[in-house]
Design a protein around this ligand. Structure first.
Ligand SMILES: *Cc1c(COP(=O)(O)O)cnc(C)c1O
Length: 226
């Protein structure tokens, strides 16, 4: 618990940064979810954050995520899966994750099975020029979203993206907002936008993000991958 004061300070600083950006975006009072991404950090850190009031946590690797979810089963947490999803692991991820931010292909939307409550889904879009990166290419967005809508086990919430390193984040998030408009033509309730990390969450908020995925600004530097 030695780093708890620092942790509390960083969390407060991010909460203030989020409030300031909401004000700058003329969005005061709008609901926004800050998912704290704890990948590579131990379960103890999640416990400390829980004691500071955090309930939404993000993980990107199934093995680590499952271990933490089991170890912390006594806490009322909502797990968000934000990493690349393997088809054959997807149903296992659904056992602990209430929200999947990284559904990016038709086959995955078809593979996901029943969960109680139904699993919330964001369709991840690839905003880079590199088709090997995670996310559906924008041309495939409707096809993936329609498969999610057709699967009664899933609830389509909206779109997710990571801003490409090579471009200006504000422009990338403006593009994501246009893609969100396209999904809302298929289902007006699928109006959430998962965007914004440590270095770009202010830009994401200015472009309508409803779900931020923030890691190191709150947790501190990530330990090396084990
Ligand atoms: C690690 C990660 C984050 C958080 O990154 P930070 O820069 O530490 O805030 C957000 N989204 C995804 C998909 C990630 O893998």
């Amino acid at each position: 618990m030695t780093n708890e004061p620092d942790l509390a300070h960083r969390l407060t600083a991010v909460r203030e940064g989020v409030s300031d950006a909401l004000a700058a975006a003329d969005r005061i009072g709008e609901p926004i979810v800050t998912v704290v991404v704890t990948k590579f950090h131990p379960a103890g850190l999640v416990r400390e954050l829980h004691s500071l009031g955090v309930r939404d946590f993000g993980e990107s690797r199934h093995q680590d995520a499952r271990e933490k979810a089991v170890e912390l089963a006594d806490l009322d947490l909502t797990w968000h899966f934000v990493g690349q999803l393997q088809g054959k692991k997807a149903r296992q991820v659904q056992r602990y994750a209430r929200v999947l931010h990284s559904v990016d292909r038709v086959s995955l939307a078809e593979t996901l099975g029943d969960a109680d409550p139904r699993t919330d889904v964001f369709v991840q879009v690839n905003l880079t020029e590199d088709p090997t990166r995670g996310g559906a290419v924008p041309a495939d967005l409707e096809a993936v979203a329609e498969r999610v809508l057709a699967n009664p086990a899933l609830v389509l919430r909206g779109v997710m993206a990571v801003a490409p390193v090579e471009s200006e984040p504000r422009r990338a998030f403006a593009h994501l907002r246009e893609l969100s408009d396209r999904v809302r033509l298929l289902d007006p309730t699928a109006d959430r936008i998962s965007a914004g990390m440590t270095n770009d969450f202010r830009d994401a908020i200015l472009e309508g993000a409803t779900h931020l995925r923030i890691g190191s600004a709150i947790t501190g530097k990530r330990p090396e991958r084990r």
